[in-house]
Design a binder for this molecule. Sequence first.
Ligand SMILES: Nc1nc2c(c(=O)[nH]1)N[C@H]1C(S)=C(S)[C@@H](COP(=O)(O)O)O[C@H]1N2
Ligand SMILES: [Mo]
Length: 224
Amino acid sequence: MKARLALFFLIIAFTAGCVGTRLGPEDIVSSPQKVGSLPQQVEIREYQGERLSSVGDFRENSIKGPQKVPLEGYSLTIDGLVENPLTLTYEQTLDTYDSIQKIVTLHCVEGWSNTLLYEGIPLSDIFADAKVKPEANTVIFHAFDGYTSSLPLDFIYENNIILAHKMNNITLPSERGFPFQVVAEDKYGYKWVKWVVKIELSDNPDYKGYWESRGYSNNADVRA
Ligand SMILES: Nc1nc2c(c(=O)[nH]1)N[C@H]1C(S)=C(S)[C@@H](COP(=O)(O)O)O[C@H]1N2
Ligand SMILES: [Mo]
């Protein structure tokens, strides 16, 4: 009898442990959909014959842990070296700009990587509206958790870098950067800023973001 009771508690503890440490797909798929009245979304794991990683496959190691950005009061700001600074709500951003899809792999410096279908707005479309000044050459992304990172403006144009709002066909889960994440393809994960609140056009190519100022390369090219 005592042994049975012990086994019972062992199972409970084990189950609780699993739930506590691992994010189940249910948590992820259901959380951001409360925003507005979006229809139920289902994560895809395959696209045009290619297997995709899951939104739950990422290691969560953000500098201040996962952020829950409230849409109430949220705005995306584009400022710095622009003639026409922009302040857009989440809805305005999605209504104003068309999105494109890309399958892209994120490589973290820790050695893991994930390949997903990202959907987002080409930054060049937003920059066209903001009227980037000719002296701008660097784009600094500011996040809700105080994190920053930057990319060369030319790199963004040449690779048609997007600001993602969906991954694997579902709205970005809060852990993964809702409402917006930079999809800095071919650059290490620390350039993929999550929870973007401000995009600043700058003329300082030596700007150093959070990890860059702690010794990581500002170039961040993933070695092929
Ligand atoms: N705002 C913000 N964005 C961030 C980070 C962060 O700490 N804060 N971490 C970066 C790093 S190091 C990686 S590898 C990618 C993916 O991190 P994740 O696995 O925690 O989602 O997000 C990047 N974007
Ligand atoms: Mo990372």
